[in-house]
Write a protein that binds this ligand. Sequence first.
Ligand code: ITT
Length: 195
Amino acid sequence: MTDLIFATNNQHKLREVREILGQSFNIVGLRGMNIFEEIPETQDTIEGNAIQKARFIYEKTGMSCFADDTGLEIEALDGRPGVYSARYAGEGCSFADNVRKILLEMEGMTNRKAAFRCIFCLIIDGREFLFEGKVNGEITLSSSGGEGFGYDPVFLPDGYRQTFAEMPPYLKNGISHRGRAAEKMKQFINSEVAR
Ligand code: ITT
């Protein structure tokens, strides 16, 4: 069993990653470590924030850990909300506030192309490794579905007729940005670390 701390305060991400990595990994979230403080996320790239979050927790605990930073990049909005996806509608905003804001900004736009991009930063014995996962899709005209979190109700992955929020979790995890990044990290750990 591989023990890893997941440097996240987002319980949805924690649930997804546990499901993707499976039984041979023991993934402990920050609550499980009794860490309740906000981790600084002050970089202006997704990579930079993933590294910053993972380093913060590694320095605090000295234990193997990883972080996930994710952004929704919308072509017609010049890549926004991107690295600012979490607080796009302002400090303390809800997922619904963010969704409302992008739907409003995109009103009347015909180019609805978007992608979720996710970077995992893994730190083991002080060594850092990055893994990327990306999924292309479109922003729908309105929200639908009650699964998932964040922008899932308005993200329609290419090749599917359901938004991420309309899919059962296993289906989203099988094709999502996070699923792809986590799968790469899993292969790396199984082949390079856990031999
Ligand atoms: P941590 O930093 O504690 O991990 P966070 O929610 O702040 O949690 P991010 O900085 O990566 O995470 O923020 C990305 C935001 O993008 C997140 O708050 C959601 O609104 C959205 N997001 C991330 N992953 C998503 C997914 O799989 N589906 C839909 N929206 C997602």
